[in-house]
Design a protein around this ligand. Structure first.
Ligand SMILES: [Zn+2]
Length: 199
């Protein structure tokens, strides 16, 4: 390659550099290693290190990085799947993720995968209790929290009208009491104010 002084620092020489240890942000991965055989014209001044990619080099680097990225996704998927396999049967996991039977095995054997799926697998594997969490999150009815909230709201809306009824003239009392059963705490406050105004 012809000698070229780096236009950025005017000190270093731009040379084709290949080898290990060069990393690059590529898609979701902040530090993906550039394949060892890919040469990138780089400034030799260690304070600068600017890379000079023309279109041809950029295309070559991009192709190589795409392949490296797919390989990285597969290896991350593989790692997550083998961790999860210890806690959850693979078919069970496939059902929870909406995948066809055997899909995860195909991933492990190099079938191309996508970042969203690998992201999900990694998050589940980093805390396998999330598999159970996911199972209950898929349910349309969330049995643990909702009923207790409803119960509290219902009880209080029953108590308040009884207390207020004595203050309100008997002719205007029935209607607000019926409506109070169905409304939330906020409307109940408004209703209480209305009752006070009427009384
Ligand atoms: Zn330079």
């Amino acid at each position: 390659m012809k000698s070229l002084i780096c236009p950025s620092c005017n000190k270093g020489e731009v040379k084709d550099i290949s080898g290990l240890g060069r990393r690059m942000h590529f898609r979701t991965i902040p530090d993906l290693e550039v394949p060892v055989d890919i040469a990138i014209p780089t400034c030799t001044n260690s304070d600068c290190g600017e890379e000079w990619l023309d279109r041809t080099v950029a295309t070559r680097v991009d192709e190589a990085m795409k392949a490296a990225y797919q390989a990285a996704l597969t290896s991350k998927a593989e790692e997550a799947i083998s961790k999860l396999k210890k806690k959850t049967p693979q078919r069970d996991l496939e059902r929870l993720l909406g995948l066809s039977a055997g899909y995860l095995s195909k991933l492990k054997h190099g079938k191309e995968t996508t970042a969203p799926l690998v992201a999900t697998l990694m998050l589940l594997a980093s805390d396998p209790r999330r598999v159970e969490e996911l199972r209950s999150l898929w349910a349309m009815e969330q049995p643990r929290e909702v009923p207790s909230v409803k119960l509290v709201a219902h009880t209080s809306s029953v108590e308040h009208p009884t207390r207020h009824r004595s203050k309100v003239p008997s002719s205007s009392a029935p209607a607000p009491v019926v409506r109070l059963r169905a409304v939330s705490d906020k409307s109940e406050t408004a209703e209480t104010q209305l009752l006070s105004a009427l009384a």
